[in-house]
Write a protein that binds this ligand. Structure first.
Ligand SMILES: [Zn+2]
Length: 408
């Protein structure tokens, strides 16, 4: 993997760059679409390409349970298995192990809002058991037991064979006690080194077998604690990773502050990925102007399946009665397949009738909206019109001026 910066803004930390992988180039900043189980839900590969998505991020935890990493390895890796000839990422599986373990059968939102007591309760139920060696956990599919360590995560990610992998880290809720976050952070740093050592060994084997090398990002954690975030950034920056993943940010209101602590401590010549953020436009603007190059988030397709659709004037729920007789497209400024060919009324009908096409058309629109928003931001950085574009977009989107005034 190679990364080059084409232009850096003089006004903020944003930059335009290119990540070159074995399976193609990603022009950054870029939104990487979520392909959790080796599928972007409800979309075919052609539909993904037509909405201008540049890369897909799949999930190690889900793929190791089903179909199993070896099945994907035998298909020559994730891209080939999916029938997709573009760049792919995998995350380490850590996030899902901890979130599904801690927040078993609960919404992840409960976890981010939950206090330490919930965490202790879940630990005591034995759903996950964390030691310095790794994590024992139970599959959310059938309750069978698994063990994951940094080495194991690397082995599985190399079998899955995406272009870019993430080091195995320990996630905590940002509301946990400081001592718990400190312990998780310390472990994340030890695991980072073990992930990197194993990754380098596996890459040597690829070289011997004349297979392409795979890239690894180190993960920066530390919750909302300044000293821990700075320490984490410094430690991960010293290791020989190909890029950085920043984890543990859950709210857009935290982005400015947390990235302010981290980004100045990172070398400028490696790409930076903000893990799991991009559910709403503000995440993307704040991430990019603070020096983030790529994002991933499953929210656009998840929201689409609930009928929640992005428009230039904010999010709407297409299932609401007001859309029943509206024959305009979802967003008059959107040029996705759905907006070009279909009306709000038709989408409303498909959702009301529980027709499967509703998921596809809504997902095309939401992914296109977010992917293309990042493309427009990239263009505005290139044209030196970022501030103007940001202000116009956010005022139209959020409308509640009091909230958004803090960010423009
Ligand atoms: Zn559209």
């Amino acid at each position: 993997m190679k990364f080059k910066i084409i232009k850096s803004s003089s006004k903020n930390l944003s930059r335009i760059g290119q990540i070159e992988t074995t399976h193609g180039i990603i022009n950054t900043p870029a939104f990487i679409v979520g392909g959790t189980k080796a599928t972007v839900k409800a979309l075919t590969i052609d539909q993904i390409k037509n909405l201008n998505a540049q890369a897909i991020l799949a999930n190690t935890y889900h793929l190791m349970l089903q179909p199993g990493a070896k099945i994907i390895q035998h298909a020559d890796g994730l891209a080939n298995f999916m029938g997709y000839n573009g760049p792919t990422f995998t995350d380490s599986g850590g996030f899902q192990i901890f979130s599904l373990g801690l927040a078993y059968k609960q919404n992840l939102k409960d976890m981010t809002n939950s206090r330490n007591s919930t965490q202790k309760l879940q630990y005591s139920k034995g759903l996950i058991n964390i030691t310095d060696e790794g994590v024992e956990f139970k599959s959310h599919l059938d309750g069978s037991k698994y063990f994951m360590s940094p080495e194991k995560s690397m082995e599985i990610q190399h079998q899955i064979g995406a272009d870019i992998h993430m080091a195995f880290d320990q996630l905590t809720t940002p509301l946990a006690d400081q001592s718990i976050i400190e312990e998780a952070c310390k472990r994340t740093h030890q695991w980072a080194l073990r992930s990197l050592t194993k990754h380098q060994k596996l890459n040597q084997q690829h070289q011997k077998n004349q297979q392409p090398e795979q890239a690894l990002y180190g993960i920066i954690q530390g919750g909302r604690i300044k000293d821990l975030r700075i320490k984490s950034a410094k430690i991960i920056n010293q290791l020989d990773f190909d890029g950085f993943g920043i984890g543990g940010i859950f709210e857009p209101t935290e982005i400015n502050q947390v990235l302010n602590w981290i980004i100045p401590r990172l070398t400028i010549d490696k790409p930076r990925h903000l893990l799991g953020m991009g559910a709403q436009p503000l995440d993307l603007f704040l991430g990019i102007e603070n020096g983030i190059d790529t994002f991933d988030c499953v929210a656009p397709t998840r929201q689409a399946r609930n009928g929640a659709l992005y428009t230039s004037n904010g999010r709407i729920n297409i299932k609401n009665q007001q859309f029943k007789t509206n024959y305009l497209p979802i967003d008059k400024n959107c040029y996705c397949y759905t907006c070009i060919n279909h009306s709000q009324s038709y989408l409303h009908h498909l959702f009301k009738a529980n027709e499967l096409l509703a998921y596809t058309l809504a997902s095309i629109h939401n992914e296109y909206f977010i992917v293309n928003l990042v493309d427009k931001i990239r263009l505005s950085i290139l044209n030196e019109s970022y501030q103007e574009f940001k202000k116009n977009f956010l005022i139209n989107y959020y409308q509640e001026s009091d909230f958004i005034n803090k960010f423009i």
